[in-house]
Write a protein that binds this ligand. Structure first.
Ligand code: NAD
Length: 320
């Protein structure tokens, strides 16, 4: 019977997916490392939580490990080559969260273009009742240009939404040709996208090529009236360069779901800037989407320990 470690609390029916595939040991979220390693001894599959480090020490404790499954699509926290070299499958949760992240990106776009935070603060403070002067008029998204950096699953879902707003959608990715089912949008080289866009939205995965893909030089190419949106990973944007650009009004504003350090220092200056809207990494924070992510992660573990190809895997070569 394969041994499975469940380090994320899941619903009974999701636990059953794991229990049908092996003998499940539940380890509480936030357990001490020593407690986790002791429980993981001899494990074949692990449903991970974000606090667990997957390293030599863990593989030494569980030399027969076949699969580690994360409840996220991004896998920048893992050393894929290391896992592949040890024959351990790394599974993630692509697809089931595209809508949630694209919806949040849409919310940023509307909040920024329509100046909604300013109007909301005006009303909340009672300024309307006091007949104070309202914030300045904002802008329609229609007819504006929306630039997507990283035309992957989420980037394309974002493009679909922006098309519906009557925006002109352009994209940049490391590949030249969009998949056949991609929404209508034109490819641009990176610098042209930055120069043309009224909104620049980052949707790359975090890798060596995308770290600080938007930095001082890229920000300098953007229009002073343009907004930057980041719902990917904090380090895709050079946060201090962005902070300077925002403080000096070299761009109009930013919508940030992610920061270079998470959680940030309590006095992190960028979140307090008047032209920034930020959220605490809530791209997938809905009941439905988080459930779908947990379910897919359980299916991934069950499949691999059962000797099958899982629905989602980062390094399929390990399964031959
Ligand atoms: P994906 O792999 O389908 O798309 C990523 C795209 O970025 C790919 O097309 C890739 O070619 C492109 N890319 C990589 N490096 C690039 C570079 N240097 N320049 C231009 N393009 C580059 O991934 P996805 O499912 O769309 O997810 C994208 C990322 O979104 C995830 O890796 C994750 O980090 C992030 N994410 C954030 C949240 C959140 O809560 N805010 C939720 C889910 C995912």
């Amino acid at each position: 019977m394969p041994k499975i470690i469940q380090a994320v609390p899941v619903e009974d029916e999701l636990h059953e997916i794991l229990a049908a595939a092996g003998e499940v040991t539940v380890v509480p979220f936030g357990a001490e490392r020593a407690e986790f390693l002791a429980a993981a001894a001899g494990a074949h599959g692990i449903l991970l939580n974000p606090l667990i480090r997957v390293d030599e020490e863990l593989l030494a404790a569980a030399p027969e490990l076949k699969v580690v499954a994360t409840t996220s699509v991004g896998y920048d926290a893992f050393d894929v080559d290391f896992l592949t070299a040890h024959g351990v499958a790394l599974c993630n949760t692509p697809g089931v969260l595209n809508d949630a992240v694209a919806d949040l990106t849409t919310a940023f776009m509307l909040m920024l273009s329509r100046g909604l935070m300013g109007f909301e603060a005006y009303n909340r403070s009672g300024a309307w009742g006091r007949r104070e002067r309202q914030p300045a008029l904002a802008h329609d998204p229609q007819g504006k240009t929306f630039g997507v950096i990283g035309f992957g699953r989420i980037g394309r879902e974002v493009a679909r939404r922006m098309n519906a707003f009557g925006m002109n959608v352009i994209w940049y990715d490391v590949f030249e040709d969009a998949p056949a089912d991609a929404p209508p949008a034109e490819r641009r080289e990176m610098d042209d996208l930055l120069r043309e866009s009224d909104f620049v939205s980052v949707h790359t995965d975090l890798n060596n090529s995308s770290r600080h893909v938007v930095g001082e030089r890229e920000l300098a190419l953007m229009k002073p009236s343009a907004y930057l949106i980041n719902t990917s990973r904090g380090p895709t944007v050079d946060q201090r360069a962005l902070q300077r650009a925002l403080e000096e009004n070299r761009i109009a504003g930013a919508g940030l779901d992610v920061l270079e350090q998470e959680p940030p220092q309590a006095d992190e200056p960028i979140v307090a800037l008047p032209n920034v809207i930020s959220f605490p990494h809530i791209g997938t924070a809905t009941e439905e989407t988080r459930y779908a992510m947990r379910k897919l992660a359980c299916q991934n573990v069950a499949a691999v320990v059962g000797g099958e190809m899982p629905p989602a895997i980062v390094n399929p070569s390990v399964l031959g």
